[in-house]
Ligand binder design. Structure first.
Ligand SMILES: O=C(O)CCC(=O)C(=O)O
Ligand SMILES: [Fe+2]
Length: 213
């Protein structure tokens, strides 16, 4: 089972950039947002470096029984043995680029959680999107801890409770980190809808822990 969510930020040193976490007061899940986990200057550099990764591909996804091109570009990185099936397709992990390795270490050090894989998504403009889903694949375990880092254009992140239908929304901005733990995946779905607003490139990284088989 995943470790209990722990945010060590109440004891952050003043030198840590990762100062402010907000715990979202929603039932049946554990959502915490650090809107400025990275400074703007750091986030600008990270966006450019992530954009330059050579691995962006348009994966195919299964939608209503049909195989269609995904409305975004993606790449799956991880330790050996973190092959992952999502949207009806199996993905072998690419080896960690040093940049992503550093991000993973920083997030692990701050949150106290371990991650062995990351799904990177590149939304070229407001026409790119992600449909409703939960990250509840069996290999993530019963109560997955997912750290979601966003860089670039601010996009709306929608949530809906599976049973009550309650809806929530967050704006995930440049340099933000959203931590989803506990029953967040079992009880809630999330999506990044298309928007007609003129919005530039956005890159999102969801760090995950694939359990050994
Ligand atoms: O782009 C986002 O903010 C969400 C990404 C996501 O839900 C996922 O990768 O599973
Ligand atoms: Fe997700």
């Amino acid at each position: 089972m995943a470790a209990a969510p722990s945010i060590r930020c109440s004891s952050c040193r003043a030198s840590d950039v990762t100062a402010a976490w907000t715990r979202l007061d929603w039932p049946d899940g554990d959502f915490r947002l650090a809107p400025s986990f990275w400074s703007t200057a750091e986030s600008d550099d990270l966006l450019a470096a992530l954009d330059a990764l050579p691995d962006w591909r348009q994966h195919r996804v299964r939608l209503f029984g049909r195989d269609v091109p995904s409305p975004r570009l993606s790449a799956w990185y991880g330790d050996a043995g973190t092959g992952y099936r999502y949207s009806g397709h199996y993905h072998e992990p690419l080896p960690w680029p040093p940049l992503l390795q550093r991000l993973r270490e920083r997030i692990a050090a701050t949150t106290g959680h371990r991650f062995n894989a990351v799904l990177a998504n590149r939304y070229r403009d407001g026409g790119d999107a992600m449909g409703w889903h939960s990250d509840n694949e069996p290999e993530l375990g019963a109560r997955p801890v997912i750290a979601s880092a966003s860089f670039g254009g601010v996009r709306r992140f929608l949530l809906r409770h599976r049973d009550s239908g309650r809806r929530e929304a967050l704006d995930l901005g440049h340099g933000s980190l959203l931590l989803m733990a506990g029953d967040s995946q079992r009880c809630w779905q999330h999506a990044v809808p298309r928007t007609r607003r003129a919005i530039g490139l956005r890159i999102n990284l969801t760090f995950r822990l694939i359990q050994p088989p």
